[in-house]
Design a protein around this ligand. Sequence first.
Ligand code: GRF
Length: 206
Amino acid sequence: LSIAVFASGSGSNFEALVNQSRRQHWPEDITLLICDRPESQVLERAKRLGIPSAVFRPSDYGGKEAYEKELLTLLQEGGIQWILLAGYMRIVGSVLLKAYRWRIVNIHPSLLPAFPGKNAVEQALDYGVRWTGVTVHWVDEGIDTGPIIDQKPVLVEPGDTVEQLQKKIQFVEHHLYPAVVRKLLTGKILPPDAEQHGENKMEGLN
Ligand code: GRF
């Protein structure tokens, strides 16, 4: 059983996750990178780190459902148990959500529910917040709406540019994301359905 990371961009979180998984001897390894953009820097990182990668573009498959079904086959063949989104710029659809319910996690560069979606760092600067941060959350049908697992604040200093703030946020991300994943793998953080199990039973009785 193992972990797949989905990424579309520079891949600094991907690299942080791989490095920590090795350093800390996680019970499950990162064995696959899924990328939807052939020109992404993350693919070079995967090569350097010795992680197999697959480039999957929905445009090659005639529709999101067909694309996700292909992807699902690949994941299942690879014994993938967890999906970590790390700068993956696509909304996960119903095929993957159903197959990996509460097994997909995302990292977002703001204190959700503030500033969901794209350009979260820019949104926070434009709004003029004093604090922003990082959120790790379960993935559901919405855009950055799933239950929050953990958060860390980042101070916005006067005069910060998007690049400067992004740098501070990414530094925090590279520590928080691996720490949370480790807790998930070792059962120190449970999926939302496990926590709600008792409540659901109670509802059934009413
Ligand atoms: C991160 O800031 C992450 O929070 C967001 O996308 C960015 C990806 O950066 N979802 P990188 O590709 O890991 O460097």
